[in-house]
Design a protein around this ligand. Structure first.
Ligand code: SF4
Ligand code: SF4
Ligand code: ZN
Length: 271
């Protein structure tokens, strides 16, 4: 018979001695910061176990690849849709018209750090950004979708019209509903702007998770396990997709156990 594991006598996080009740409940003291860290750690362990259950439940033909693949963790955005109201629409149109009137006054350094010409999307982009649901588009809310003078000039040149017409074209692309707290162009199916009409930063930005997934797929035949999970979502199962170089993303069977996972699974590339 194996001995019961020894109880912790000091807080794992701050080192304070633990009372008898605290020792029975775990290894954290009563401080809010320590309890928060302990909860987070517990959820991380639950997620790792859930991930292992996903690997175990996968069809035999997937198992060796799943066991060997590195894991890229992604925090999916809670992409609830809200109405775009008249005030937001009017404010955005006003901004666009001000850009059209003085395009030289509206340039964005962040935008111009990325190539102006559209680059081809990497094979990892659609599955990774699809699982994420476009967290980086939250930044587009306060920045008017990163629209600026050079972008309007480009649109006007491509369409052969005036800057005011280009501004009106962008205003007319606003969807009736968009993702709460996110860019006004962040619709139910992702960005509603055609890829070529998006700002360079929208086409070029890649977060660390996306960089990691792209790097993992650089070797022919290599795979990566995408695990969508939020550390503050108590009890939530990771949504897991297995992506291999040159192959479509495959969902492991255990990934789609709840309605939220099914909803996200159907979501296309948001950016
Ligand atoms: S680059 Fe893709 S994965 Fe990264 S935050 Fe943006 S949408 Fe999400
Ligand atoms: S990709 Fe589209 S939705 Fe995202 S920030 Fe850019 S314009 Fe907005
Ligand atoms: Zn403590």
């Amino acid at each position: 018979m194996s001995a019961a594991p020894a109880r912790a006598t000091a807080c794992r996080w701050c080192g304070r001695p633990l009372g008898a009740l605290q020792q029975r409940n775990g290894d954290a003291c009563g401080e809010a910061a320590c309890r928060w860290r302990a909860d987070r750690e517990r959820r991380r362990e639950q997620a790792l176990h859930a991930l292992q259950r996903c690997r175990d439940a996968a069809p035999a033909r997937q198992r060796a690849g799943l066991a060997a693949a590195p894991v890229v963790w992604i925090q999916p955005l809670e992409a609830a849709q809200v109405e775009l109201d008249d005030d937001e629409r009017a404010e955005h149109l006003d901004f666009l018209m001000r850009v059209a009137a003085a395009p030289q006054d509206f340039t964005r350094d962040a935008v111009h750090a990325y190539p102006a010409r559209a680059q081809r999307a990497h094979a990892a982009d659609a599955p990774v950004c699809g699982l994420c649901a476009g967290r980086c588009c939250l930044l587009g809310r306060a920045r008017h979708g990163f629209i600026d003078g050079p972008l309007l000039l480009r649109r006007a040149a491509a369409a052969g019209g005036s800057l005011a017409a280009a501004a009106a074209w962008y205003a007319a692309r606003l969807p009736p509903r968009h993702v709460r707290h996110s860019c006004l162009y962040h619709g139910a199916q992702g960005c509603v702007l055609p890829r070529a009409a998006r700002a360079p930063v929208c086409r070029g930005y890649a977060c660390e998770a996306l960089h990691d997934a792209r790097a993992a797929l650089a070797t022919p035949g290599a795979g990566v396990l995408l695990a969508g999970w939020h550390p503050d979502a108590a009890g939530a199962m990771p949504q897991v997709a297995w992506l291999r170089a040159g192959a479509r993303a495959e969902r492991t069977p255990a990934a789609g156990g709840d309605a939220e996972a099914r909803r996200r699974r159907g979501r296309p590339h948001p950016r």
